[in-house]
Write a protein that binds this ligand. Structure first.
Ligand SMILES: [Zn+2]
Length: 304
């Protein structure tokens, strides 16, 4: 079912976005695509497998109606030919009393404690809710990636994203398309993309209830090599990050074409969500900019 499409300027069929006020991830599906894509039956092997693995409840697989497990997506008004869903990010860390590993009577200072991340309070993540969200997004992204339906949207697809769900492994992978890569390639090495970093800071603070013990500078979205090599990272057990798949990047350099990205160190559903918020913010940021950046030089000269 999973594949990564090879495309140059394919008409857009879906996009991710980020609403910092919710905060919430935004999903937009081109309405022609939504009309023609098959509904995911709630008794399919795929859905039953996720339900059983994560102990999840009701699922709806109809993009024209409701989508996701346990109602974690909310339907929004359509926007410019796109069906929209919002995926609110809740506070998932329910603090449950004092941390027993630090503070009074222990050898560990609160600020150095890794058990409670320097908060002094016992951590208790709502894993069930976290899994309901990442499983819903997994089903959504599989649905987007499995159907080959041509749309006539005037904008190109800027990225394609897939997720994995497993014990201690919540990887992401996908493609940055030629127009997006073309735009990233215009940014000089060392450029930090502030709005993408801000999205991660916001989503992390929300999901974990606090940024502690980290600081803003632990969240990075930076062009670290020429030709649009983008690294995105947030603090994890080590560090959770998205970076270009080296072989794909190298082979695409000559054409400044699309390249594949992969993730590393994504050990919890929350870290997957933080990186998804970064990708949503990246798309919102690049959308008004790619057109100018990727226009061919001849055209640009004519305009000048
Ligand atoms: Zn502690």
């Amino acid at each position: 079912m999973q594949h990564l499409t090879t495309y140059l300027n394919v008409s857009r069929w879906y996009s991710l976005g980020w609403d910092t006020r919710g905060p919430a991830l935004i999903l937009r599906i081109q309405s022609e695509f939504a009309r023609r894509v098959k509904k995911i039956p709630d008794d399919s092997h795929f859905v039953l497998g996720l339900k059983e693995h994560f102990g999840l409840g009701g699922f709806s697989g109809d993009l024209r109606g409701q989508f996701g497990f346990e109602g974690v997506f909310t339907r929004e008004d359509p926007d410019n030919g796109f069906i929209c869903f919002k995926v609110p990010f809740p506070v998932l860390n329910k603090e449950g009393g004092r941390c027993k590993y630090c503070g009074d009577g222990t050898d560990t200072e609160v600020c150095d404690c890794t058990a409670c991340m320097g908060t002094g309070k016992k951590w208790s993540m709502d894993h069930h809710h976290a899994h309901a969200i990442v499983a819903s997004l997994h089903a959504f992204l599989e649905c987007m990636g499995s159907a080959s339906i041509e749309t006539h949207d005037p904008n190109p697809q800027l990225m394609e994203v897939f997720t994995s769900l497993g014990d201690g492994c919540y990887d992401l992978r996908g493609t940055f398309s030629k127009p997006l890569r073309g735009y990233l390639g215009t940014l000089s090495t060392g450029t930090r993309i502030a709005c993408v970093e801000q999205a991660m800071i916001r989503s992390y603070s929300q999901l974990f209830g606090s940024l502690r013990p980290y600081a803003s500078d632990h969240f990075r979205a930076s062009v670290d090599h020429p030709e649009g090599w983008l690294n995105i990272s947030c603090p994890g057990l080590d560090s959770s990050r998205i970076s270009p798949f080296r072989d794909s990047f190298e082979s695409s350099v000559a054409q400044a074409g699309e390249y594949a990205f992969v993730s590393d160190g994504v050990n919890t559903p929350c870290h997957q969500l933080v990186l998804l918020s970064a990708l949503g913010a990246l798309q919102d940021f690049a959308d008004p900019l790619w057109r100018e950046a990727t226009r061919n030089p001849m055209e640009r000269e004519e305009v000048m």
